[in-house]
Write a protein that binds this ligand. Structure first.
Ligand SMILES: [Zn+2]
Length: 272
């Protein structure tokens, strides 16, 4: 595949991993702690702590507001309401790189490993909003199903779909669809079976770009074909039973292989 094709995909890459112990103290030993109704936030970004519009207290309040907003949207979009407080740690970018880079083969903006870890920013940017929404989906499924490893295409696809929605991006862009159609025409899409590992961290940057995009596109396809409500029903049922295959058959009245074939067909015909 042509490397140039991937320029411009620009996904926020982040994913679920098994539990990583939360370090209570950062390199400077001063992770600030703040709480809201559903979250405990630690942050260690080097921000002026004293005052000012972008002072650390203001930043932390804004992050918690984003998270609480995301929590409400999570219920509306996928029907999940995690009951236990969710721990979110925003690391200084250098410390994040030092501690976690070895976990991934591609540049990650954050990940979920029992708690949410995010590569820091000193302001609430669109990129930070996206990664917080994304990791919240992983946290919610993990809290509902602590012993179930969901297939990556579902966990990542819903997380990617939810984070894009947070910025008003309700559908896959024409550019990304063009990429998917070209890959489908060459017969080089991943199969959903290949995307059913627990995480996608083993993939190189180019493959990861396609894997995340394809996962989101399949979820987007389901929403476009069958509506938002069915996706919400699916997520709620999966969170209750842990059985994705059965939930798909009950909600969509088709098995996963048939839905996957419909998706690939639609890409090849240009109708998706
Ligand atoms: Zn993810």
């Amino acid at each position: 595949m042509n490397l140039r094709r991937w320029i411009g995909i620009g996904l926020v890459l982040c994913f679920a991993l098994p539990t990583v112990a939360h370090a209570g103290r950062g390199a400077d030993g001063e992770y600030e702690e703040r709480r809201s109704s559903h979250f405990v936030l630690y942050q260690d970004v080097d921000i002026d702590r004293t005052s000012g519009f972008y002072g650390s207290r203001r930043f932390e309040q804004q992050v918690l507001e984003v998270l609480e907003g995301a929590y409400r949207q999570l219920d509306a979009a996928i029907g999940l309401r995690p009951r236990d407080a969710i721990v979110v740690t925003i690391h200084d970018p250098e410390i994040f790189a030092e501690r976690f880079t070895g976990l991934f083969r591609f540049p990650a903006a954050g990940f979920y490993g029992g708690t949410i870890h995010v590569r820091g920013s000193t302001q609430v940017t669109d990129a930070l909003v996206r990664v917080l929404h994304h990791e919240l989906v992983h946290a919610a499924f993990d809290q509902a199903l602590p012993r179930v490893a969901l297939p990556a295409w579902f966990n990542e696809g819903v997380a990617e779909w939810f984070e894009a929605r947070a910025l008003g991006l309700h559908h896959i862009s024409p550019q990304h669809k063009r990429v998917l159609r070209e890959v489908a025409a060459e017969g080089q899409l991943f199969s959903l079976a290949q995307l059913s590992t627990r995480a996608l961290g083993h993939l190189g940057p180019r493959e990861a770009g396609l894997a995340y995009l394809q996962s989101r596109a399949f979820v987007d396809f389901l929403v476009r074909e069958r509506g938002d409500k069915r996706l919400r029903d699916l997520c709620r049922r999966v969170a209750r039973t842990g059985d994705l295959v059965d939930a798909i058959e009950r909600i969509y009245r088709r098995d996963l292989a048939r839905l996957e074939a419909d998706f690939v067909d639609a890409l090849r015909r240009g109708s998706y």
